[in-house]
Write a protein that binds this ligand. Structure first.
Ligand code: FAD
Length: 378
């Protein structure tokens, strides 16, 4: 039997996540929009509310609630702040290789502090020569006794300047077919966070570049087998990365729909609220249909992931659909607001800018179509 309802525990978790987002995330938005920086208090609040602990097994200090719960949390947080959800999404992407491929020693060393927010994680794969094609990266490693020596640069990395625990991908200097996934700590010799980006949207979510200059990483920090690191990072991007972007997109879709309903019920034209106009109703109906369909796709993929089954194809479908739908929803929400939609005091102008940023991360829509076509044709 297929059950399309959430459990009582999941409903309670959604309520708690919604309250957290409305009461503790929303107050930071003006500062985030103005400065583009991540407020310290926001990271502390996320840790205190156990939002970083959701996917970490309870044996390592986490909540062990799984991926459906994670999607619920991201959806609720993104409904208020896509920038905050993005920070949390890539945090989980950074820790997933430790959860799935880490040794017992690595798990005990990192996961408890990550669960409380004492440590902040990210995943650093993308480079100027390797985004859609991760095999194009040029960051290289060589073994020297008990250490890996890594040289290279990463770009577009979320949490680049605030993360202290990073899972990175590097290519064997001597064999470009071999990759290693490694845990880097920001205090390691040779690590530097360099340029910080200024994005059109998701302001207050830190994105930037990293430089590794003879970065020395102890061999104990290798994740999975030596030479097989591409699988380690791509496995995490396939479900946790794509799934996280689905959460960001669903929250954004919800925010657009809610703002449109509120505005169209309040805005009076021809003596009546504009929600009486057929064109406005059509847009609201389209947003609602896309949200319902996107939630079915996203939560189906998360349910499959929670069963421990492969879910990356289902997440590719959901990521394509929801990120495209969130861009459509933001455009329609701005249109419904007429001239007010262009004014910064209306949140829909922020939603429009944020919607421009949800697309590329964890793979563009073109790449999702490549994956889905491969799945369909297999
Ligand atoms: C806000 C933000 C946060 C990010 N955070 C992180 C992070 O934390 N860690 C990290 O490692 N990366 C991160 N990224 C990087 C992200 O994963 C890449 O931007 C994405 O994979 C696309 O790579 P690219 O930007 O190099 O584009 P390119 O790969 O250069 O693509 C350029 C264009 O070519 C198209 N294209 C490429 N290949 C194909 C193909 N085979 N078929 C059809 N079309 C194709 C693309 O769709 C796109 O339109 C982030 C990006 C953004 C925008």
């Amino acid at each position: 039997m297929i059950d399309f309802t959430f459990t009582e525990e999941q409903e309670m978790f959604r309520k708690a996540a919604r309250e957290f987002a409305e009461n503790q995330v929303a107050p930071f938005i003006p500062e985030m929009e103005k400065t583009g920086k991540v407020p310290d208090g926001l990271v502390k609040a996320l840790g205190k509310a156990e939002m970083m602990a959701v996917t970490i097994p309870d044996a390592y200090g986490g909540l062990g609630l799984g991926y459906t719960a994670r999607l619920i949390a991201l959806e609720e947080i993104a409904r208020i702040s896509v920038a905050t959800a993005m920070m949390l999404q890539v945090f989980a992407l950074g820790i997933e290789p430790i959860i799935k491929f880490g040794t017992e020693v690595q798990k005990k060393k990192y996961l408890p502090d990550l669960a409380t927010g004492k440590r902040l994680a990210t995943a650093a794969v993308t480079e100027a020569t390797g985004g859609s094609d991760p095999t194009g990266i040029r960051t290289s490693y060589r073994k020297d006794g008990d250490v890996f020596i890594v040289n290279g640069r990463k770009c577009f990395i979320t949490n680049s300047h605030i993360a202290d625990t990073l899972t990175i991908l590097a290519k064997n200097e001597a064999n470009p077919k071999e990759f290693c996934a490694l845990v880097v700590e920001k205090d390691m010799e040779g690590f530097k966070a360099t340029h910080e980006e200024h994005k059109v949207g998701m302001r207050g979510c830190n994105t930037g570049e990293l430089s590794f200059e003879n970065l020395k990483i102890p061999k104990e920090n290798l994740l999975g087998d030596e030479g097989k690191g591409l699988r380690v990072t791509m496995a995490a991007i396939g479900d946790v990365g794509r799934g996280g972007m689905v959460g960001c997109a669903l929250g954004l879709q919800t925010a657009c729909l809610e703002a449109s309903i509120k505005f169209s019920n309040e805005r009076i034209l021809y003596g009546k609220p504009i929600s009486n106009l057929q064109t406005i109703q059509n847009k609201i109906a389209e947003m609602k249909i896309d949200l319902e369909a996107g939630r079915l796709l996203g939560y189906r993929a998360a349910a499959i992931q929670d069963k421990g089954k492969p879910s990356s194809n289902e997440f590719a479908v959901a990521k394509y659909f929801t990120t495209e739908a969130s861009q459509k929803a933001a455009k329609m929400a701005v249109d419904i607001h007429g001239g007010y939609g262009c004014m910064e005091e209306y949140a829909v102008s922020r939603y429009m800018r944020d919607s421009a940023v949800v697309g590329p991360s964890a793979g563009t829509s073109d790449i999702m179509k490549v994956i889905v076509a491969r799945w369909a044709l297999s």
